[in-house]
Every structure is written in C-alpha cells, then in structure tokens.
Design a protein around this ligand. Structure first.
Ligand code: G6P
Length: 355
C-alpha cells in the first residue's frame, strides 16, 4: 500500500499524477521562440507516403488521435489495430514509416506488427513508456513518453502522455510550427490539475451507477476520447459501455438509448463540430435519455444536459486531453461504488504477451 501514496487505488494515484507526467513528457521538447517541436529522436527520420500506426487497446485510441493531427497538418496517416495489421493489407515499402504505440513496449500483437514492418523494410518508430522494452529495442527510432511506472491495469496517465507525445510526433513529422500549439500543450498540466481539484465526477458516478448502459459520443479529436472513455468504464466497472462518433449515433446506436442509459457527450469549443454534436445531443434528449455533458462552457450544450462535467476553455488538442480526465474519474467512481477490483480487473492483464 505504501506505493499508493495515500490513495485507495493505484488508478486514482495515477490519475492524479497526470500533471507531472505531462510536464515530463514535454520537458525540453518545445521551443517557445520558434514554435517548433524539437524531438531529437526523430531528427533524421525519412519517409514517403502515409504514416501507419499500429497499436492495441488504449494505445490504439491514442494512435487515432495522432492520425487526426497528422492529417490536419497535411501528412496522410492511418491507424491499424495491431492484431489486424498485415504487410499485405497495408503494403509497405522502404519509404514507409510505421509507428508502434505501446505503453509497455511488450504487447505481442504490436510487436508482431512492428517486426513485420521491419521485415518489409519500413522505418519503424516506437512511442513507448518503458525504457529498454522490446519495442524500444527492435525499432529504428524510439520516443519515450516519460509517464513513469503505471501499476493499474487500466491505462490512465499513459494515455494522456501518449496524446501529448503523439501531438509532438505529428507536429515534428509534418514540420508544423505554431506557438499556439506549444501554448496549448503547456496549458494541459494546469488544466488537468484544475479538473482534479474541482471535478464533480463522483456525484455523476453516484447518480448513474445503476444505469443499464453507458454511451460516449464525441467528434474529431474527441472521438478517440469517447472510445477511450467507454473502454475505461467497461474495463474497471464491467458495465456495458460503448463509444461512438457523435455523427454515427443516428445510424444505429440511437436504437439502444432509453431512460435507463446514460449518454456522455464531449462538447468543447464553439465551432461547427460542437454545434453538430449538440444536434446529436438534442436527438438523444428528445427521447428522455439522461445526458452528461463534458464541456468547457463555450457552447450552450448545458441547456440539454442533466449533469455537467466542466473543463477549462482551451484549444482543441488540450481540451481533448483534459476532457478525458473527467471520464477517467467517472469510471473510477462508478467502479468504486460497485465495489470492483479497480487496479486488477477480472480477466485483464496490464501487458498482453500472446497474440
Ligand atoms: C492491455 C492493457 C490495456 C492496454 C493494451 C495495450 O490490454 O490492459 O490497458 O491499452 O494492453 O498495451 P500497450 O502496453 O501496448 O500500450
């Protein structure tokens, strides 16, 4: 118990370590003056054609985040679940770049995909937390996320650090230079701290602990966060939870919602994406479904929500990292109310070394 520093679970401790983890991840890598992100690990990386990410579980959601940013900054990219990756379905050449995102650096599916990429002659990059792991040793380049050891089986701080690290990877690979982006990355740690100090996730968890199912919706950078929110909840509470792209709700999942299901909507900013997601929220609300909005107060989503989980108003990269923290806390407190084995959920392992 000494390792838990007074917290009841490693998961809660690790959720609270996120401000420190993020600062560590960014340390020495941001150049305020030029707006450049300086990753010496990637200095001589050369590639042509789309960047392919391979990853599993939470790391796959982080990879989706990286793909969105690369595409936004003009570099074609795609993510493949490592277990689905084969060199035939994703043809690789000597000019290809394959990025393995893996906290442990030992996941069998991800290692197999990286080895296949190596054999195909592609350049490989590991984005990992564990120094000297298989992924770090067997790839051409390695970028450490520096989150520190994570004991809880459910990934928390390492996801936030992966989001920060992959934002930097995407900016470096696309040579995207922006002081706003650097400020945005710098704003994350304090904003997470603010959420940790003020979150009403525990009350929300109490209100919805008996729901039949939980749905998470988000768009753009908040889409992988919706998937991650659902994965976290199912992992540690054993409750039925699903994440959807907000726009997909009407193409099927809407049939599942009812008065005993809860919908968590990620709505940040005040742009078109927020507006469209609010449209989806209204469709749900009109059917008498309880809604929890995770929002920065920039839109009027609160009008349609039964509960609000607030985050500070930030640029969108930062807000999707910070919004996820509210969802981690909701999952934690629901699992806690249900008396689950939070740090070691049934049937799951921290690192899966079989394919
Ligand atoms: C296991 C863990 C997950 C993790 C996944 C990928 O399933 O329980 O939390 O996201 O493996 O792990 P990796 O170490 O490759 O990121």
């Amino acid at each position: 118990d000494a390792g838990k520093s007074g917290y009841d679970h490693y998961m809660l401790k690790e959720i609270h370590e996120q401000p420190t983890a993020i600062r560590e991840c960014l340390r020495g890598r941001l150049n305020e003056l030029t707006g450049r992100i300086e990753l010496e690990e990637l200095a001589d990386i050369a590639f042509d054609g789309p960047v392919t990410f391979v990853a599993c579980g939470t790391s796959y959601h982080a990879a989706m985040f990286g793909v969105s940013l690369l595409n936004r900054w003009g570099v074609p990219a795609q993510a493949s679940l490592a277990s689905e990756f084969t060199a035939e379905t994703m043809p690789l050449t000597d000019d290809s770049l394959v990025v393995g995102v893996t906290q442990s650096g030992e996941t069998a599916d991800t290692m197999r995909a990286l080895r296949e990429a190596n054999r195909a002659g592609a350049t490989t990059l590991a984005v990992t937390n564990v120094v000297g792991s298989s992924a770090a040793r067997e790839t051409d380049h390695v970028l450490y996320i520096r989150a520190g050891p994570e004991i809880g089986v459910a990934a928390t701080k390492t996801f936030a650090s992966q989001q920060a690290a992959l934002t930097m990877v995407a900016a470096a690979l696309s040579d995207h230079r922006s002081r706003e982006l650097i400020q945005s990355l710098r704003s994350i740690a304090d904003a997470i701290q603010q959420v940790l100090d003020t979150s009403s996730a525990r009350e929300v968890a109490h209100a919805y602990r008996d729901a039949d199912a939980y749905f998470f919706i988000g768009r753009s950078l908040n889409y992988p966060v919706a998937l991650e929110g659902a994965l976290k909840l199912k992992e540690i509470s054993y409750e039925h939870a699903e994440g959807f792209a907000a726009g997909e709700l009407k193409h099927g999942p809407l049939a599942l919602v009812g008065p005993n299901t809860a919908v968590f909507a990620l709505v940040t900013g005040d742009g078109e994406e927020a507006e469209k997601t609010i449209g989806n929220v209204k469709e749900v609300e009109a059917r008498g479904v309880p809604i929890v909005a995770v929002t920065d107060g920039q839109s009027d989503v609160e009008r349609y929500a039964d509960h609000v989980l607030e985050i500070p108003a930030l640029e969108d990269v930062a807000s999707s990292v910070v919004a996820n923290v509210q969802l981690q806390l909701v999952s934690y407190w629901i699992a806690n109310e249900l008396g689950r084995s939070i740090d070691k959920p049934r049937h799951l392992a921290k690192s899966v070394t079989v394919e």
